[in-house]
Design a binder for this molecule. Sequence first.
Ligand code: FAD
Ligand code: PYC
Length: 417
Amino acid sequence: MERYSGFGLLKHSFAYHENWQRVWRNPKPKKKYDVIIIGGGGHGLATAYYLAKEHGITNVAVIEKGYLGGGNTARNTTIVRSNYLWDEAAHLYEHAMKLWEGLSQDLNYNVMFSQRGVLNLGHTLQDMRDIERRVNANRLNGIDGEVLDAKQVQEIVPHMDCSQNRRYPVMGASWQPRGGVARHDAVAWGYARGADSYGVDLIQQCEVTDMVIEDGAIVGVKTNRHGIIKANRVGCVTAGNSGVMAKMAGFEMPLESHPLQALVSEPIKPILDTVVMSNHVHGYVSQSDKGDLVIGAGIDGYNGYGQRGSYHTIEHTLQAIVELFPIFSRVRMNRQWGGIVDTTHDACPIISDTPVENLFFNCGWGTGGFKATPGSGHVFAATLAKGEAHALAKPFSMFRFHDGALVDEHGAAGVAH
Ligand code: FAD
Ligand code: PYC
């Protein structure tokens, strides 16, 4: 196809950006689908792609209230790593990491996955004990990781202040060399194009306003633009809005929605070629290929759905960054934004059946779901195809909050929440 070829790219570079082909169709929805996915973020699109590719289920619609990938997928800071403490989480995120490593080839779309390494800094003796425990657990699970001392950290990040007379001196770090960043939009677009090429209908600007439930089973969804669309099975993948969606179906989802902010600086020359995160001083930073410093921190403490966040949180974040990198103190910030993240009480996701038959939820990724996008889509597709949880999804049932089998990943979440 011309749109995939180098020749197409060359031709369009001389064509004043006119008459470009659409990368996916803009179909009118059918009356009924085998599967409806609510939410066209990275996770929803990946689910649709793997449903078609791995399970041959192509009579699928993704229904998105805005535009594809315009939610948290567009708003996140793209850090990818799999260094989680407990086996259940580590296996899930490592499954995603392995898919990341072949994703550009699989989708034939450059998602700019850059394995530049991720440092999680330790500033106290207890931080270092936790880091050692987590890295040891990772290595037992076959996940790459090293414990570095302050000198080794300084070698990797020469511009960071690793002197020991600071308020929070850098004592060391965990280092995951296979971690890194990816291009968020490209991930959504690559999965969207892939799903569309298998015949999945991507329905944009269409909000699901209610669930149609008969005799305890979901039979369709009500939308604001196309009325009722029927389905045998529905997967809800609406990060930031999952509590509202669960209420539509008549039950409570055990999570809270919070704003999470990020910001980028003006572009500067290459200065930071890895990812630095510090849970302790509440700041993390990487540098985009364009040169911006990409910065963020913990959630805003209150519940809400406004995609912005409060000033004091972002001020605190910048204090932390300047504490780590005094050299950045005069860099100007260009843009700031917020997304809404659904957080659970054990900082782990929910990939689950629900009290409503044939209705499944994939949510609760909190501050850290971008890194999981391929793995989440892969296991959720299997869950929807078979009607029962994929082995990697089983520990993440919503019912664990009733039976107490939590998987506490607050320490590895990387961003306080
Ligand atoms: P989304 O991309 O939000 O997709 C959900 C979609 O559902 C949206 O497009 C929305 O419009 C749609 N929707 C909602 N309600 C309805 C409805 N009623 N009808 C139809 N459609 C609906 N994670 C990391 O791993 N690394 C990071 O560095 C990182 N940084 C972050 C920084 C910030 C500032 C934020 C906000 C998040 C960050 N995250 C990070 C978390 C990550 O962004 C999310 O966990 C992940 O993107 C969730 O993906 P998704 O596809 O489920 O959600
Ligand atoms: O989960 O690694 C993460 C993360 C980094 C920034 C936001 N979340």
